[in-house]
Design a protein around this ligand. Structure first.
Ligand code: ADE
Length: 369
């Protein structure tokens, strides 16, 4: 699938896109000194932007760069601090991989973010998109970085009803867009992303403001609304989850750190497990705190819904206590902690855990231990 731009018109299209970007781009922090062109800042911002909205990312990016202004500083951080700073951005695996990538850059590349595709893509969490963004924005080696925005711009330019969530379609877009950005530094690569975000939007694109209308097949055919096709979604399973609110005599709440490598790994929350089909509540409660017998109250204190990419959780929070006096769970290093309610923000946790904490509410904590 080729964009319908011949050699004579490619320059005028590049000029139009370039002029539009120069005047209409948003003043985002990674586009300004001292971050602009800094490969580490590009890596941080693009990893943050992978699955999170620009408005959400901006304050996190600024705080991150203030705290860890260099790749060496990030490499020297603890994982707890990294997860803590990521709290609220979701998809925590990205934070762990970015941290790991920083350590590798220091150990294997003398602290310099590498500039080749092969070396970049050997870093944890760096795929075709992020590598193209780093090469384009930091090293001036213009290669299309095809996220959902750029893919939508391209799908409309070629006028094909494609599903842009597919990796194969994104690869095709990168190949087909290469001549449009070639030899132009990296700014046209970012201009395509910006155009998708601001003008060539999923619904009601602003075609009258678009610098690419002349090269847009969907516009010519009046088919912008039907391109690209909506992502085909299968239904995702809904899973019941049991979470326990356990307090010690001084009113502190028992928190559990999820095992690394699993869903929300490394993050703290109330002890919780997915309930197996028809599993009795007390059996699920026992699994929440392995090695102890748990007495659990039947009625739930609260309920929370949370949607992951592949499943939906319905979390029911129940009060519980140890049958034999107290839970002598292990140490913080072993993933267990008794936490005063007011100190819970000191434990890195996910958006889901935040919702669970809210559902429990401070009021319930005044109930008898
Ligand atoms: N989304 C992904 N990368 C981006 C960037 N550099 N600017 C704005 N939005 C983006």
């Amino acid at each position: 699938m080729e964009i319908s731009v011949n050699h004579d018109s490619i320059e005028s299209i590049q000029e139009a896109l370039s002029a539009w970007f120069a005047t209409d781009k948003r003043a985002l922090p990674w586009r300004k000194p001292p971050h602009r062109g800094d490969a580490y800042a590009v890596l941080v911002s693009e990893v943050m932007l992978q699955q999170t909205r620009v408005e959400t990312v901006v304050p996190y990016f600024e705080a991150w760069m203030e705290r860890w202004p260099t790749v060496e500083a990030l490499a020297a951080a603890t994982e707890d601090d990294v997860l803590d700073a990521w709290q609220g951005l979701g998809f925590y695996q990205r934070a762990r991989r970015l941290h790991e990538a920083a350590k590798r850059i220091v150990e294997d590349h003398g602290g310099q973010v590498p500039s080749s595709k092969e070396e970049l893509e050997a870093l944890p969490g760096v795929g075709a998109y992020t590598s193209a963004a780093v090469r384009s924005f930091a090293f001036g080696d213009a290669v299309p970085a095809v996220d959902g925005n750029t893919a939508r711009v391209w799908a409309r330019m070629v006028g094909e009803r494609v599903d842009i969530s597919k990796a194969r379609v994104k690869r095709e877009a990168a190949r087909s867009l290469a001549p449009l950005v070639e030899g132009e530094g990296g700014h046209l690569v970012e201009a395509l992303i910006e155009l998708g975000a601001m003008v060539c939007t999923p619904r009601d694109p602003s075609c009258s403001e678009c610098p690419l209308v002349e090269a847009c097949q969907a516009y010519k055919e009046g088919r912008c609304q039907e391109i690209p096709v909506p992502r085909s979604t299968g239904t995702i399973p809904e899973i019941e989850v049991v979470a326990l609110l356990v307090k010690d005599p001084s009113g502190r709440v028992l928190l559990r750190r999820r095992p690394r490598g699993g869903l929300l790994g490394g993050l703290w929350g109330l002890p919780m497990v997915e309930r197996e089909d028809a599993e009795p509540l007390d059996a699920a409660a026992d699994r929440c705190i392995p090695g102890f017998e748990v007495e659990v109250e039947e009625g739930a204190l609260g309920s929370v819904e949370h949607v992951f990419s592949h499943k939906r959780w319905r979390v029911q929070v129940h009060r519980a206590r140890a049958v034999d006096g107290a839970f002598a769970v292990g140490s913080k290093e072993e993933g267990w902690a008794w936490c005063a309610w007011s100190k819970r923000e000191g434990f890195a946790s996910s958006a889901l855990d935040g919702k669970v904490f809210d559902a429990v509410g401070e009021a319930s904590l005044t109930l008898e231990a």
